[in-house]
Design a binder for this molecule. Structure first.
Ligand code: C2E
Ligand code: MG
Ligand code: MG
Length: 698
């Protein structure tokens, strides 16, 4: 703030060596209400200026020691004199002196002899001018300060010249020096992040075309390479004819605010310690997933994991160890689930997993088992070895409820059950699911060992040429027999092999064993074809072709003798992929069949595109054929359809002679069924064949 605002009366410094004139000046000024300080020469004037900070300076030109011009220069060299008017008093006809006065930095001049009535007016006028300059400067200063504090700058674009003018604050915000900033709009827009560049250009264009005022938040490229945030507001300035002439706007750096907002968001939805979702986000996602699941008929699993005796560890070893342990638990839990599932920390020692899009409740049991496994190894802290076990409760929507509160309540009740059952285990809310889950888990672990334990075996079901009754081939059918549980039917364990991916290894074993058996029979003089079933997972395995080729090569079987059976549902997933894989399989020389035909949805148009050899009519139609007219029609039209497509037909499920006769009339080529022969162990095969041939063609 300047001295003017602190003094009631303006102070005028008069430097005049002529005492008489000086007196007169002082008198006039005092009468006009000013305070006056006097200096006898230029040097004194400079000293007094520094000491008193007058509001105006009057300097005579001719003075001893330092004249008026020198004094004027000296005063102007002082930072504090920027807005102080300096009036030089000079002789009437001395134009050169007047020039020198302005050169030296004078504001005005007064000619001598002084016309006293005008003198006071000149002084007043000069003082008023300086007052306005000071106010203007103060306002500007306040505005700049306000902008600096607000991290805000402003810019103007001249719409005729496209020139850009920026405030110091804006240049500072951008991290530049004024001289580094090219004065055009493009240079300003280089600071806008590419994500928002297009939008901001569009908004500016639209504003210039007379659209809405600009009001946008956007990302900013900062000079240090980081990304900041800014917002801008801009409007058009128009001339008297309402033509837009300028665009003026402010640019507000809101990086800190955004960071604070992001932090607030993070703290509201995430747990700071483990960086997992918190209960709010978990509930949000669960609600969302439940809505979707209801629409698409998916199952959703809610799993609550409570750490057993965590409180004890926390109390005895301290919060730091407790925190470390929770972090470590979170790290171990993360890989137990799929990316689309949500792991959250719901409370002190309570975690939650939401499993979306499950196909069976057992999926949750598998995840729970993985959670148990993940915590089985001890945790190490300095020299402590800690064991942490969980009690896990599972509720399934919609089986247990489709309401979020009830589901969570039920999952908690199941946690309680798990604790009651001795901790370190999982429990479903619905008790019969527990039995099923345990049964399946035990079956899964037994299946994992079955291949190594030689528990799989192949049975072979004969296929005959209907026309002649001759045996032509066999279908290889997988069996699983373990010492404890006896024989498990394929429909019960094959889906689990498929689920776990074990089918790839087991399928390869089936193919190899089947081929070896055929070669064995060949050595005994029987020329038989062999059909092997291929599951969807095997069909989609990228190594399928290689592994088929490998078996063919290594066993030396004639590929013409080998037939692969695929169901319609296997082929329906991706047409292009199915055609590609079938063509590749076909090129190895093997035969291809569609199994269980009639139970899927394949269209005639689709079938035509596939390089097939056989259709196998599903046994459900053949079984009822002799009593059910509809089934009979289905079988006979399937046979006609296949013949039209150039395919041969195998009918399975023939349990009596009537069915065989009907099929013969329908010109079906090949038959398979209990009437001809059940799936046989190789050791029973010779006996069957002898018996079959003895009875002759039926
Ligand atoms: P599938 O390929 O349709 O096999 C024919 C099934 O029909 C066999 O059941 C067979 O025992 C049964 N069958 C045959 N003739 C008759 C009959 O006259 N009456 C009745 N009621 N049933 C008859 P199985 O052996 O229980 O196999 C069931 C399914 O398991 C098979 O159906 C096949 O989809 C699958 N499967 C069997 N072995 C394998 C294998 O090695 N790999 C794969 N991926 N799947 C296999
Ligand atoms: Mg089959
Ligand atoms: Mg079948």
């Amino acid at each position: 703030m300047t001295s003017t605002t602190q003094r009631r009366q303006p102070l005028i410094l008069v430097a005049e060596d002529d005492e008489l004139v000086s007196k007169l000046i002082v008198q006039v000024l005092e009468e006009s209400g000013y305070q006056v300080a006097e200096a006898g020469n230029g040097r004194e004037a400079i000293e007094l200026f520094q000491e008193l900070m007058p509001d105006l300076v009057l300097l005579d030109v001719l003075m001893p020691e330092l004249d008026g011009f020198g004094a004027c220069k000296g005063i102007r060299a002082l930072e504090t004199s920027r807005h102080t008017p300096i009036i030089i008093m000079t002789a009437l006809d001395d134009v050169e002196s007047i020039n020198d006065a302005f050169e030296a930095g004078a504001t005005d001049f007064i000619t001598k002899p002084v016309i006293w009535p005008l003198f006071a007016q000149r002084v007043r006028y000069a003082l008023r001018g300086s007052q306005i300059a000071i106010e203007l400067h103060d306002n500007q200063y306040r505005l700049e300060e306000a902008q600096r504090i607000a991290n805000m700058g402003h810019y103007e674009i001249d719409l005729t010249t496209q020139k850009l003018a920026c405030s110091n604050q804006l240049v500072e915000i951008l991290g530049l020096q004024h001289e580094d900033m090219a004065p055009d709009l493009e240079s300003l827009l280089t600071f806008v992040h590419p994500d928002d560049g297009h939008a901001i250009r569009e908004a500016i264009d639209s504003l210039i075309q007379g659209g809405e005022p600009l009001n946008m938040d956007f990302k900013v490229n900062r000079l240090d390479g980081s990304v900041g945030f800014a917002c801008t507001r801009a409007e058009l300035v128009r001339d008297r004819n309402k033509q837009p002439v300028r665009l003026v706007g402010i640019w507000h750096d809101v990086t800190e605010r955004k960071a604070a907002e992001q932090r607030i968001h993070y703290l509201s939805y995430y747990d700071e310690l483990t960086e997992l979702a918190n209960r709010t986000l978990f509930n949000d996602r669960l609600q969302q997933t439940l809505f979707e699941a209801a629409r698409y008929n998916h199952l959703v699993g809610v799993m609550i994991i409570d750490l057993d005796r965590f409180k004890k560890i926390n109390d005895s070893l301290g919060n730091d160890v407790g925190d470390q342990l929770l972090k470590e638990v979170a790290n171990r839990l993360q890989p137990t689930m799929r990316k689309c599932d949500t792991l959250a920390r719901l409370g002190d020692d309570e975690f939650g997993i939401m499993l979306g899009k499950m196909s069976a409740p057992q999926d949750a049991a598998k995840v729970a088992q993985r959670v148990l496994d993940s915590l089985r190894t001890p945790f190490y802290f300095v020299d402590e070895e800690l064991f942490m076990t969980p009690s896990i409760g599972i509720a399934i929507s919609p089986l247990d409820s489709n309401n979020i509160e009830t589901l969570l309540k039920n999952a908690n009740a199941a946690v309680f059950q798990a604790k009651e059952t001795g901790r370190n285990n999982f429990q479903f809310y619905t008790s019969n699911m527990n039995a099923m889950a345990k049964e399946r888990l035990s079956m899964e672990s037994r299946l994992r060992r079955a291949l190594d334990n030689n528990e799989f075996l192949l049975c072979f079901q004969p296929q005959i040429i209907i026309e002649t009754g001759d045996l032509c081939g066999v279908e290889a059918l997988l069996r699983w027999e373990d010492g404890k549980n006896g024989l498990t039917p394929p429909d019960e364990f094959i889906p689990m092999l498929e689920d776990t991916g074990l089918i790839i290894a087991v399928g390869e074993w089936v193919l190899r064993t089947a081929c070896e058996q055929i070669l064995e029979w060949q050595r005994c003089g029987y020329e038989l074809n062999i059909s092997v079933n291929l599951s969807p997972r095997q069909f989609n395995d990228p190594n399928l072709i290689d592994s088929v080729l490998k078996v063919i090569q290594e066993t030396g079987i004639d590929p013409e003798r080998l037939e692969l059976e695929l169901t319609e549902s296997t082929l329906i997933e991706s047409e292009a992929k199915a055609i590609e894989t079938l063509t590749a399989l076909k090129s190895t020389g093997i035969k291809l069949a569609i199994d269980d035909f009639g139970t899927g949805y394949s269209s005639l148009a689709y079938l035509k595109k596939l390089p097939l050899d056989y259709l196998k009519v599903d046994r459900s139609f053949v079984l009822n054929m002799k009593n059910d007219e509809d089934d009979r029609t289905i079988v006979s039209s399937t046979i006609d359809l296949a013949h039209n497509l150039g395919l041969k037909v195998i009918a399975e499920g023939i349990e009596d002679v009537q069915s065989l006769t009907l099929l013969k009339e329908m010109r079906c080529e090949i038959a398979q069924g209990f009437y001809i022969g059940r799936p046989l162990h190789p050791s029973q095969f010779q006996a069957w064949l002898t018996g079959y041939q003895a009875v002759g063609t039926r």
